[in-house]
Design a protein around this ligand. Sequence first.
Ligand SMILES: Nc1ncnc2c1ncn2[C@@H]1O[C@H](COP(=O)(O)OP(=O)(O)OP(=O)(O)O)[C@@H](O)[C@H]1O
Ligand SMILES: Cc1ncc(CO)c(N)n1
Length: 276
Amino acid sequence: MTTTKTSIPIALTIAGSDSGGGAGMQTDLKTFAFHCVHGTSAITCITAQNTLGVVRVDAMTSDAVIAQIRAVVEDIGVQAAKTGMLLNQEIITAVAGEVTALQINNLVVDPVMVSRTGAQLIDDDAIQTLCNQLIPQAAIITPNRYEAEILSGLEIVCLEDMQTAAEIIYRNISKNSGTKAVLVKGGGMSGDVKGVDVWFNGERLEVLKTKQVETKNTHGTGCTLSAAITANLALGKDLWTAVKDAKEYVTSALSYSLDIGQGQGPVGHFFPLLEK
Ligand SMILES: Nc1ncnc2c1ncn2[C@@H]1O[C@H](COP(=O)(O)OP(=O)(O)OP(=O)(O)O)[C@@H](O)[C@H]1O
Ligand SMILES: Cc1ncc(CO)c(N)n1
């Protein structure tokens, strides 16, 4: 029997597990697979979670997180990586240290702090560490409305506020880092701005708009978007194209969201295949 050696881009997700399969690393791996990118993972914490919310969180030790990252990078290698829910200061410091030591490029930092349902997903003292140690190593960061408020110190109620916040966050980070862009996500906005995102890369301020999808099943949209950006970077796309294509994908997956559970169901990661 002959075997075929298939060359495939590799992406790594450093994130929490969502037992409901709607967000976190389960979502990231589905998104990588949809993009024909081999997905690898380092689990930071285990959440007992469903469509109604987070019931319990158990942290991995930082040593276990480091071991997972090293096992993947030192043997398989990664073309792009993303971080999601990192939970506490110790894990953030460990992840930031590995990103530096292993020279992980094309890093997408989804600064997961508050979910769109308002659940706090990170310890208070961890936010400063995220800002000082990890965010400066990112190619792009993708805060949602509430995370952008924390990072910019601005209350965000309209599109202009999102634009100002993107500029403030970019200028704060880019002073001492190689971060190339900030994407402020608008899933938590209301009215016409719901589902509209803002990109700033120091030169161009862009409004990313596809279509607004009328659904309550939006759990994991943020993880899906950042994982799709990561997959696109692993495929060799430039940052702007990676973001634009990821926005199209999340809109399509939202159009096929799954009405499961009693709360907010997840997006349908593979259902855009029905359109092909
Ligand atoms: N109803 C909607 N219609 C169209 N796009 C949407 C809608 N809701 C969210 N999005 C898009 O989904 C992406 C994720 O943004 P969102 O603000 O929901 O992130 P998030 O709060 O981090 O998500 P989560 O915590 O649920 O993973 C963005 O591109 C956003 O514009
Ligand atoms: C594990 C995990 N990561 C990220 C989010 C944000 O949606 C979540 N709800 N759960």
